[in-house]
Design a protein around this ligand. Sequence first.
Ligand code: PEP
Length: 257
Amino acid sequence: MTDRRPLVAANWKLHKTLGEAVALAEDLYAALTEDGEAALRDVDIVIAPVFTALARVHAALSETGIALAGQNVFEQDSGAFTGEVSAPLLADAGCTYCIIGHSERRQHFGETDDGVHRKLEALLRHRLVPIVCVGETLEQREAGDATEVIVGQLDRALGGIAPADLHDLVVAYEPVWAIGTGRTATAADAQAAHAALRAHLEGRDAKLGADTRILYGGSVKPDNAAELLAERDIDGALVGGASLQAGSFADIVRAAL
Ligand code: PEP
């Protein structure tokens, strides 16, 4: 890790009722502070609950410094778009971040790189920090195409947006074959992917490359987090399954210290 501030984000996916979400948020704060304030002081911590729990979790965490994220956003701000949630509504519910382009959305909901780009523009319009996910399938990795795939996804997601408008950008490298499977990329493979993504960002703008935090996601657990986070281009983690237990998520956050 470098002097980029570490960021560890929890993706709760489609889990937790209102009561369960608030209880988990409170347990998480307790677990993070049981040995002092270092985790909250030195790591940016972001939680992405389901939309319906955002406002309540925001209220529960308002004094803690733990930030809130949407798991998805619609590209338009308002209008006749039944069932969608927009960037201004996420901000209104207390979000300061939003995940876009998660592989589950690409896989199950047909999300495309162009769509991710339009979502990114919507987030920037409302000053929400985008967490742009990219990742290759196992088939693409085995064909030797992993780098080309992830750099292409990032390139198309960013499109022609000026580097100066991307100063808070967060990228998450999440190999699809590692999400929820218990399989993790080796630290060396993950580092190589992160380095390729950073090189792409550097090619756009030196400062963008130097400043952008690139998270690793894919079966991150307390017992593999430290090794991954020790790599120079891995600036944090996006955690699914292990974020549903306060203790394991807090241990992953501590590995980022
Ligand atoms: C994710 O949902 O982004 C994720 C990485 O999930 P898991 O940690 O369960 O693999």
